[in-house]
Every structure is written in C-alpha cells, then in structure tokens.
Design a protein around this ligand. Structure first.
Ligand SMILES: NC(=O)c1ccc[n+]([C@@H]2O[C@H](COP(=O)([O-])OP(=O)(O)OC[C@H]3O[C@@H](n4cnc5c(N)ncnc54)[C@H](OP(=O)(O)O)[C@@H]3O)[C@@H](O)[C@H]2O)c1
Length: 333
C-alpha cells in the first residue's frame, strides 16, 4: 500500500511517499481503509525525534495520528465493530501510521464516526478531541459556573476545548490574534484576549483552570490568572514526575522530568495552585462520547484546509507554521 514514511529522525525532513507492506491484523484489531487523516504538530515532533526517548519508533515508519475510514477486516476477537462501519480514531502510541491507505487499529482505540459530518471533518477530531476531553473532563473536572482560560483558542486543540468547556457550563476566556477573534467568538468564547495588543495576565483573575499549549513564559504568566486551588494544565510541557511514572519511564528519565518541571511546580505550589502536564492517550470510549456531542451539534469540527493525499508533506508544513485555524486534513478517497 502507499504511505508517507519517516526514514530517520530528522527536523524538517520530507516524508518519503512509497510502498509499504500491508498492516498485520491482530486478534483484537480492526483493519481500516483510510478515507482521511488529520495532521498534528505531534507528527512533526515525532519525525524530529523530540519524543524518541519515551515513544521510540524504528525507522522507516509511517507517520500520522488521526484517521477516519471504513472497516474492511476484523480480528477474530473483535465484537464491537462490523464490516462496513464508518469509524475514526487516534491509534495508540507505538501503533500510529495514518498517512497510508490502510491501518490496523486496536478496537479499544476506535469509535463510530459521527454520522452528521464528513470523513475529512471526522479525521480532524480524535487527537484534539481526546486532548480536550482528558484535560477538561478527566483532569480538571470542569464544572458549571467555573472559569477557564484556554490558550490558543483558534488552534486544533483550542477550537474543540472552547466548545467542550461551554458545553460543561464554564465561562471561557481565550487568547488568539486579531484575525481569529471572530472565529473563537463564534465557537462560544466569552472573553477574547488579542495577544498582539493585550496581556492576558493583566486582564484575567480568579480562574479555576488554565489549559496551556504555548511557551514557558505563557505558562508562568498563567499562574497569575488562577485562584488558590486552581489547576494549571499544560499540554506543551514541561513534563512532570506523574507523567514519567504513567509512561513507565526508567529512573534516569524520571529524574529528568522532575527537574524539567521543578521550577513551574515550585512557583505553582507557592501560589496554592496545582501544576500538571497532560499527554493525551488513545481511548475509543471517550471518543464515542465525543461522537454523541458532535451528532447533537454541540461540538463542530473546524477544518482550515483539506489537502490531497499526495500533498501530505505540504499539509505537515502548514501545521508546522503554527498558524493553522483549527485543523489541517489530508484526503485519500
Ligand atoms: N500533550 C498532548 O497530549 C498534546 C495534545 C495536542 C497538542 N499538543 C501540543 O499543543 C500545542 C498546540 O496544539 P494544536 O494542535 O492546537 O496546535 P495548532 O493547531 O498548530 O495551533 C495553531 C494555533 O495556535 C495559535 N497561536 C500561536 N501562537 C499563539 C499565541 N502566542 N497565543 C495564542 N494563540 C497562539 C495560532 O493562532 P494565531 O495565528 O492567531 O496566532 C493558531 O491558530 C502543540 O505544541 C501540540 O504539540 C499536546
């Protein structure tokens, strides 16, 4: 089958478009004929080798973390899906590879695709939808009446997190640039901070939760916004000891993670705030709950651009600019 392949870990190296062997189907796996694949900053980071210490892939490997498609074969233990089902997923770490014609996915990672949206829209959802769910529902326990600041509201994660936070009944503030103010307002943001002319840490206070996906300066300033007992959740680092433990890292890596996050954890503790790093994981059950929210019209995908499969490298380059509005998707059929 045709696929986009990383031949080695190297920054900005274009993926090779070539033939790869057909996926091997395990007993609990579903073989998915791929219709569309979402593109994420994580794809570039994996290719660059940024995560190879704890998510090692042996080159050559197929890149791609988001998929929507049709079930074309079933492992002998699969009970939850049938041939012809339209599905979507963020396959688990170690088993990625959605920039390809087919992929074998563990049934636990898979959910039925929302019926009300296209394959391309569906492919834009799993990684960012699960990130938003795991940050807001699981980690923050966000409740009606609480206040949340979501950084980068116009990005892949931000566009979904704003809608989910509004559904949970929170007041939502977000940061974005002038060109995207209308977009985040349409998605439901109550307070929009234009980071080109305003400083969020001077304007906001008494927040229960901040979802950070930006740099270390933004992370530190975010502490100013939180009330005592508030939660600072970062998906862009630095990683913390709980994350190292959950990943089963060795002693040395655990010490590295402890040191990397020592500064922000100390600053947070001094203000009575809790800092944690979140690294999203595959979860078909949670994705099924997101399907329901999409089919009820509560969450809408935001797709900036759909590229033909042949142009996967161009799609990845657009994501790497850090300026995408919502998601970038490649379409196979
Ligand atoms: N740990 C995890 O599990 C996890 C999961 C998902 C994503 N992530 C990470 O989280 C980050 C965001 O992911 P994403 O998919 O949302 O990225 P993305 O879609 O590429 O984000 C692009 C958006 O970020 C906005 N942006 C850039 N700089 C900004 C700033 N200073 N203030 C406010 N907005 C800004 C841009 O808006 P403007 O053009 O208006 O600036 C653009 O709309 C990435 O680093 C990604 O790797 C981590």
């Amino acid at each position: 089958m045709k696929a986009f392949i990383a031949d080695r870990y190297r920054k900005n190296e274009p993926l090779r478009f070539d033939e790869m062997p057909e996926p091997v189907l395990g007993q609990g796996d579903v073989l998915v004929e791929i219709h569309a694949a979402g593109v994420n900053p994580l794809d570039a980071k994996i290719r660059d080798g940024a995560f190879k210490a704890f998510i090692p892939y042996r080159p050559p490997f197929i890149l791609g973390h988001d998929v929507a498609g049709t079930v074309v074969a079933l492992g002998s233990n699969v009970r939850r899906f049938k041939l012809g089902d339209e599905v979507y997923a963020r396959p688990r770490d170690g088993r990625i590879g959605t920039f390809a014609e087919r992929i074998a996915i563990d049934q636990e990672d898979l959910a039925l695709k929302p019926g009300t949206i296209s394959m391309e829209e569906a492919a834009s959802i799993p990684l960012v939808g699960l990130t938003a769910w795991q940050a807001l529902v699981e980690r923050a326990g966000l409740e009606k009446g609480q206040k949340i600041l979501i950084h980068a509201g116009s990005g892949g994660v931000g566009t979904i997190a704003i809608q989910l936070a509004k559904h949970l009944g929170a007041t939502v503030a977000t940061t974005t640039s002038t060109a995207n103010v209308d977009l985040v307002k349409r998605l439901g943001a109550d307070i929009v901070i234009d980071y080109r002319s305003q400083e969020f840490d001077k304007l906001l206070s008494g927040y229960d939760v901040v979802l950070n996906s930006l740099d270390g300066t933004t992370l530190r300033k975010s502490l100013e916004v939180l009330k005592p007992g508030g939660k600072l959740i970062s998906i862009s680092g630095p990683p913390d000891p709980d994350f190292a433990k959950a990943q089963g890292m060795n002693w040395l890596l655990r010490q590295v993670m402890r040191l990397l996050s020592l500064g922000i954890r100390r600053r947070a503790a001094a203000r009575g705030v809790h800092y944690s790093f979140l690294f999203m994981r595959a979860n078909g059950n949670q994705l099924g709950q997101i399907t329901a929210l999409i089919d009820k019209g509560i969450i809408r995908p935001v797709v900036e651009r759909i590229f033909p499969f042949d142009d996967t490298n161009e799609a990845l380059a657009l994501v790497e600019t850090g300026r995408a509005k919502g998601k970038v998707v490649v379409k196979l059929r």
